[in-house]
Design a protein. Structure first.
Length: 251
């Protein structure tokens, strides 16, 4: 995946902070009014949350967009009248609670999409809260997170690249290797050129799978061409193109 890092950055936003944490009296965030669309996004100031003994304070360095965020803005997902949007971010630890054992100041970390899902199979309780959906998300300068809802960010990725992992990256991994359980050398057809598809191509190729990308968006093709086979659906009949790419009678 290291050779394709640039492909991870296409939907990430850098977060610029203007104050040191110890001098911070207010946090800056953005809030959207559910049902009023992305044009309702506005900046707000909120007092910093108190830090519990098992919590970590992050300076958010980058956040990334998913299609889900548009649905939340239009009121088609999520809960509540107003919401700080976005679920995916990368940040630096700037303060830790007294009982923190897994993280230190200066660590690069990622908040998890479902803060209550810490291990095992996903239960109803584990999936009951999701960042940027029915609880506030990560489009803020600073964020207080439970230690159990954080993971270390890969050291080889930039802030913007790492910020795409929690939703898009994990969704792609889950589809390929949990739901799909694809064997070595399998041929996988990936639809679209968005964040999940970009991750799916890179993960599939890294796992030794053969990849065909299906897309009708000319502007999204370019960054996929370097990652695997690309089939423009507007010019090639889908069954014909997939069979040709797979070099098999049936795909």
């Amino acid at each position: 995946m290291a050779s394709s890092k640039n492909a991870l950055c296409h939907c990430a936003i850098s977060i610029v902070t203007s104050h040191q944490t110890r001098q911070m009296s207010l946090m800056h965030a953005y809030r959207v009014i559910r049902g009023q669309g992305p044009q309702s996004l506005h900046r707000i100031e909120v007092p910093p949350s108190s830090l519990g003994e098992n919590q970590v304070l992050l300076a958010v360095k980058a956040a990334s967009l998913n299609y889900r965020d548009l649905l939340v803005a239009h009121g088609q997902m999520g809960a509540g009248e107003a919401r700080i949007p976005l679920s995916d971010a990368a940040g630096k630890v700037v303060a830790v609670g007294s009982a923190i054992t897994d993280f230190s100041i200066g660590d690069a970390v990622l908040p998890t999409f479902f803060p209550r899902w810490t291990d095992g199979f996903a239960s109803e309780q584990a999936l009951s809260l999701s960042l940027g959906g029915n609880i506030d998300g990560v489009l803020t300068t600073h964020l207080v997170v439970d230690q159990s809802a954080l993971v270390h960010a890969p050291r080889t990725l930039s802030w913007e690249q790492a910020s795409t992992i929690a939703c898009a990256g994990v969704t792609a991994w889950h589809a390929l290797f949990e739901l799909g359980a694809l064997p070595d050398g399998a041929h996988v057809l990936i639809q679209g050129t968005g964040g999940v598809s970009t991750w799916a191509v890179q993960l599939a190729l890294a796992a030794g799978l053969r990849v065909t990308v299906l897309s009708g968006r000319g502007e999204g093709i370019e960054h996929m061409v370097a990652l695997g086979h690309t089939l423009p659906s507007t010019t090639t009949p889908i069954p014909t193109g997939v069979k040709r790419c797979s070099a098999r009678p049936a795909a």
